[in-house]
Ligand binder design. Structure first.
Ligand SMILES: [Zn+2]
Length: 309
């Protein structure tokens, strides 16, 4: 399930959150994401290279960034280190992740205010550093992968170790995550402890190369969908575009309504489900969203049904 979610996230450019105990392979999954995304185009490569060049971070003997960046800043990072800033202003981790992946492990450990400044870049794909005299804008079009433990000790529902965390402790831990940031995340998955073995063995048909082929095909569908728009991926669809491109038949309409009522989901969650359902349909080259696509998309709203509204 985790690998499948990675393909969907890469295909539609959806930000993703993983919930699982330590050692369940969350970092390994996140690192795999850039390898299933389409190869960098020449203009993308030049843009990303420029940022690394400004910071003197181009690897020795490598004039151009050839693969999508993967950045995993530690939770002690400063605002300026993450989004950019300082004097003179310099790009931060989110710009180093431009056209690639920003991985935030142990999300609740990050400073809440630091996370909230990610909201605008996640919407715009750029970050503007304002100073008294001038402001500078850097590119920051990245996919966010966030990970967290299921409870403060990390071992809730894990057969390997006992967990004595109380419900209030778990709720306090979860509530440390910034709501505005969570609003930008379309897909939630659980990565159980046993997942690691599944990843290492890997069933046939799920090599990175094969996963990437599926992603590239789904991205081509999206390119044709948004010819004259700043939207390039399903994950960026506006409410109006969702109404236009994610029309449901009566069966899907009823299914979604029943789920919304049952889980008490917000209008925002409604839009996220439809964005993800559109990507799942694109992966099957289906023009119409089917109940199976919608059902799978609903399953990726795990946190809505557990601890959040
Ligand atoms: Zn625990």
């Amino acid at each position: 399930m985790a690998k499948r979610a990675m393909v969907i996230a890469a295909a539609g450019g959806h930000n993703i959150l993983m919930l699982g105990p330590p050692g369940s392979g969350k970092t390994m999954l996140a690192k795999r994401l850039p390898t299933v995304m389409p190869q960098l185009t020449a203009p993308e490569s030049i843009e990303t290279t420029r940022i690394y060049s400004v910071l003197g971070k181009l690897p020795a003997g490598q004039p151009l960034m050839a693969i999508r960046p993967f950045r995993e800043p530690h939770h002690t990072i400063s605002d300026a280190g993450l989004v950019g800033g300082g004097s003179p202003p310099a790009p931060g981790e989110i710009s180093l992740a431009h056209h690639g992946v920003l991985f935030l492990d142990e999300l609740p450990e990050f400073n809440r205010r630091t996370l909230e400044v990610l909201r605008q870049p996640l919407e715009d794909g750029t970050v503007t550093i304002s100073r008294a005299l001038a402001s500078t804008t850097y590119p920051a079009d990245f996919m966010l992968v966030a990970a967290l433990n299921p409870c403060p000790c990390g071992y809730r529902n894990d057969p390997r170790r006992d967990c004595h965390c109380t419900t209030p402790q778990i709720e306090r831990y979860m509530s440390k995550i910034s709501g505005p940031l969570l609003d930008r995340i379309d897909i939630h998955i659980e990565v159980p402890a046993v997942q690691y073995r599944d990843l290492a063995d890997g069933p046939p048909g799920t090599s990175s190369g094969q996963m990437c082929e599926q992603v590239v095909a789904a991205r081509q569908v999206q390119q044709q969908r948004f010819p004259a728009s700043t939207t390039r991926r399903n994950g960026q669809m506006t409410h109006r575009q969702i109404r236009q491109f994610c029309q449901l038949d009566a069966e899907c309409e009823n299914m979604l309504k029943a789920t919304m009522d049952e889980l008490g989901l917000s209008a925002r969650a409604h839009d996220k489900i439809l964005r993800v359902a559109r990507t799942i349909a694109d992966l099957e080259a289906a023009t119409q969203i089917a109940p199976s696509h919608l059902g799978e998309a609903i399953n990726y709203r795990m946190l809505d049904r557990q601890l959040w509204t």
